[in-house]
Each structure stands twice: as C-alpha cells, then as structure tokens.
Design a protein around this ligand. Structure first.
Ligand code: UD1
Ligand code: CA
Length: 472
C-alpha cells in the first residue's frame, strides 16, 4: 500500500483497548493510565491521527464508560467488546462495524503501545502493501511474556503466545495448533509487537475459525498468522529491530520505563530547539505542550496537555501547569499550579499561586503567594499579592486586592459574581459577598464584609466600630 492509499477512505485504524490490564493492579483501565499526563490510548490515537484522520476506532470494554468519558469530544469511534475474551475476539467484535463503514484494510494496534510513532506506522504500512496479514516484530534479549515469532526460511509462519510456547518443541509445537509445516519452523528472541495490517476480505474468512484452545482460553489475534499461512495467503513479518518505543506496557515498571523514554525524548527535542532548562532530568512535558525557544524552565516541573509557554517566560521549580497559556515576559515562581488558565505577558505569578479553570491574568497583573483564582480575571496591571480567593470575579485594571480578600461566591446552591472596577482598592481581610459590585476608584476599608454594591469612587467600611475602654 502506498502512502496515498493508506489515507484512502477504505483504510482505517483499530486500537485494541478493551482489556482490564490486570498486571497494573489498578481500578483504572490500563489504557487510561498516563504517560506525561496523556492516557496511553491518547498517545496511540495521536500517532494514528495523521495517517487516518477520523477513521480511528477503538475497541473498549473494561470500564468502557470511563474510557468514553475521558475521550469525549476527541473524535475516536468506539466499538464495545462486552466480554473480554481475547484480542482475536476484540477483532471479531469490531469486524462487522468496519465492514459496514466500507473498510477494506485495517491497521490494528494494541492500545498499550503508547510510544509508537506516526513514522514507524507509515513505514510498516508501506511494507505491508499487498499482503493479507502483516505483523511488526522486535528482537529482544529477553522475550519475556511477549508472543514469539516463528519463522521458516526467514518467512513468518506463526506467532505462539509465551504461555503456549514450549521450548522443548523447538517451535514445532506450532505444528498441531497452527498447521505450520513442522520442518524447521523456529521461534527465537523475535517477538510480536502487537501491530498488524490486515486485509479485511482475507481476515473475514479466518476470524470465524479462531479458537480458544490454549493456555489462556482466549481468542488470539495472533493465531491469524498461522491460519493465513495455512490458507496460502500472503503473510509478512517486518522486523523493526529492538526499538523500545514499540514495546507494550503491561505493568507499572514498564509504564515507568516507557514514560521516562518519552520524557527524555521530548526534553531533548526542546533543548535542541532552544528552550533553556535547569535540571532537564526533572522536567516533564506532555507531547502536545509547546514551549518557545528562549523560555527558561527549572526542574522539577510538569507541563501537560495543550500548554503553551512563550519565549522569555521563566517557570521556576515545582510548578504543575496543565492546558494553560503563559505569555512572554511572565515569571511563574515556584510551587504554582495552573489548570486551564491564561496568563498574559509580563505577569508575576506565585510562589504558591493556584490558577484553576477560567483564571485569566491580563498584561502585567500580579498574583502572589497563596492566592487562588477560579473563573476570575485580573485585568491589566491588577494585583492580588497575598492570601486571597477570587472565584467568579472580575478585577478591573490596576485594582489592588488586599491580603486576605475573599470573594464569597457560593451560597451552598448557586454561584454569584463579584465585579471590581478599575483602580479600586480592596482593604485587607475583606469578604465580598456576591453578587456584588465595587465601583471604579472605590475604596473598601480593611476587615469589611461587603454585601451591597459600592458606587464608583466611594469609600465603604462595613465592620464593627472599634471601642477603646480603660482596662483598670
Ligand atoms: C499481546 C499479543 C502478543 C504480543 C503483545 C505485544 C495476543 C494474544 N498477544 O499480548 O503476541 O507480543 O501483545 O505487546 O494478542 N484487549 C482487548 N480485548 C481483549 C483482550 C485484550 O481489547 O479481550 C486489548 C488490551 O486492552 C491491550 C491489547 O488488546 O491493549 C493487548 O492485550 P494484552 O492482554 O496486553 O496482550 P499481551 O498479553 O500483551
Ligand atoms: Ca500487552
């Protein structure tokens, strides 16, 4: 298949993602475990997207609703495998759906292989052109629990799952089960990477014949290889060397190893592009994060999702930033957290600032230690430097929010807005009981509980009067 036909409308991708991931020992389905903040399934879908566009299906099953929810609005098509009876069964379940959509060829990828790249997949598809069943293989020093490739005279003959592999048969064990010619068929350290290109017309004949008479009692997609050979179909195994990026993840140790591999690759790429990093070994950046050359990062720090960091931004250590934008000239001091926040140019953030979803800082705004913002805007040059909560609030340009100011936005049922005008001054330890508006240039006395609107330019004091009584 050429690159162009790979993109044709009758070729699609299918991610096998229905398994529980027993070896992760976690309630979360394996494909929702993350590498650099992105679920494994997201990494795989991301590698497939440039080749297949919208024609990416995923077979889900274990905690299917959780997976659907995590990928809402992300353009993945789902097929549900109600019972997880094996990878062959997953294909069986998806096949009618793919046929209905008019597909002729399918690239099947295990959902637990997050480091595969678009380039590697493209090469594999190019190699698979014209074959009925193709498989990508790896050669490992320790083939462990991976499916073993059986070749005869260099030709792919079968895949035998590790559990079913009996070395004493020297690979000929496949003879009865897979009808591989017993002469010379041998398994070595070559393993199945879990990436397949299948011609659906051919596979349609084989799939109904898949059995589960094996040590796991599961239907194996890998049995298709031996069956296709027996039917005289065109079968190919592309050796991809020992590329660790193609390894499947089955347990926490493998997850950690793959994450570190990816982390280092991303960091090295950004360093080469001109991003300065102190302690690059402790900088974690997701695959969709963009950092402009000239930005400066101090590890440890974590940048995830669709975060964008402009040039001449300094991110100090211990910051966690998710799906946020930080514009040029801004300094984010240590221990600050951002989630779906927008920080304009020349701002000061933190240390210990928390920007929750909808937090917006315009040019030159300051947000100091122990200040929390949620659905709140600090307009140009506004300052909230200490110990403050701003929720559902708008703070006008150059306004100053004193230490300990709280917007009381929630009455236990509903949320209300606080609006503070330009150049207003809110004294320390003020409670602003929303809905409430403090006008431009207004001044609120320290310790006030503001429940009524304050007109522009007024002074509002709302606190008990001080009384001094002689002690003796
Ligand atoms: C599989 C291959 C093995 C290969 C290895 C590569 C089979 C039988 N074996 O083994 O040859 O070396 O991958 O990493 O395929 N899944 C479903 N439905 C199911 C069962 C599994 O969708 O009923 C999904 C899982 O979510 C997972 C993928 O299929 O993403 C592979 O399943 P897994 O159980 O991890 O297979 P391995 O034992 O790793
Ligand atoms: Ca696996």
């Amino acid at each position: 298949m050429s690159n162009s036909s790979a993109l044709s409308s009758s070729c699609c991708a299918l991610i096998l993602a229905a398994g529980k991931g027993t070896r992760m020992h976690s309630k979360k389905p394996k494909v929702l475990h993350t590498i650099l903040g992105e679920p494994l399934l997201g990494h795989v879908a991301g590698a497939l997207r440039p080749l297949f566009g919208e024609a990416v299906w995923a077979v889900i099953g274990h905690e299917a609703d959780m997976v659907r929810a995590a990928f809402a609005g992300r353009d993945l098509r789902f097929v549900e495998q109600k019972e997880q009876l094996g990878t062959g069964h997953a294909l069986m379940v998806a096949l009618p759906e793919l046929k209905r959509a008019g597909m002729k060829k399918v690239l099947v990828v295990n959902g637990d292989t997050p480091l595969i790249t678009t380039d590697a997949l493209r090469d594999f598809m190019f190699y698979a052109e014209g074959a009925d069943v193709s498989v990508a293989t790896l050669t490992l020093e320790n083939p462990g629990a991976y499916g073993r490739i059986v070749r005869q005279n260099g030709e792919l003959r079968a895949i035998v799952e590790a559990k079913d592999f009996d070395v004493s048969f020297n690979g000929a064990a496949t003879a009865e089960i897979y009808t591989v010619p017993s002469t010379g068929g041998r398994a070595t350290g070559e393993i199945n990477a879990g990436i397949y290109m299948l011609n659906l017309d051919a596979v349609e004949i084989l799939v109904p014949k898949l059995g589960n008479e094996n040590k796991s009692g599961e239907y194996y997609i890998t049995d298709l290889v031996g069956m296709a050979v027996a039917e005289g179909m065109v079968v190919r195994g592309l050796s991809c060397g020992s590329d660790p990026n193609l390894l499947g993840i089955n347990n926490p140790a493998e997850l950690a190893a793959s994450e570190e591999l990816r982390r280092r690759a991303i960091v090295e790429e950004r360093l080469a592009a001109g991003v300065a990093m102190h302690g690059p070994g402790m900088v974690r950046m997701g695959p969709y994060v963009t950092v402009e050359p000239g930005a400066e990062l101090f590890g440890p720090c974590e940048l995830y999702g669709h975060t964008h960091i402009a040039s001449d931004v300094i991110i100090e250590s211990h910051c966690v930033i998710r799906d946020s934008r930080v514009e040029s000239g801004t300094v984010v001091h240590s221990f600050s957290h951002m989630d779906h926040a927008e920080v304009g140019p020349d701002c000061l953030v933190g240390p210990y600032a928390r920007l929750r979803p909808g937090a917006v800082m315009e040019r030159g705004a300051h947000m100091g230690n122990f200040v929390e913002m949620k659905k709140a805007r600090l307009c140009e040059g506004a300052k909230a430097n200490h110990l403050t909560y701003l929720g559902d609030a708008e703070v006008g340009a150059r306004a100053n929010i004193g230490a300990g100011t709280i917007t009381c936005n929630y009455d236990g049922v509903n949320k209300y807005k606080t609006i503070i005008g330009e150049h207003a001054f809110i004294g320390s330890n003020t409670a602003l009981v929303a809905p409430v508006t403090v006008g431009a240039e207004a001044l609120v006395g320290a310790g006030s509980v503001i429940t009524k609107d304050v007109p522009d330019g007024d002074l509002a004091v709302a606190r008990g009067k001080q009384m001094n009584v002689h002690r003796k």
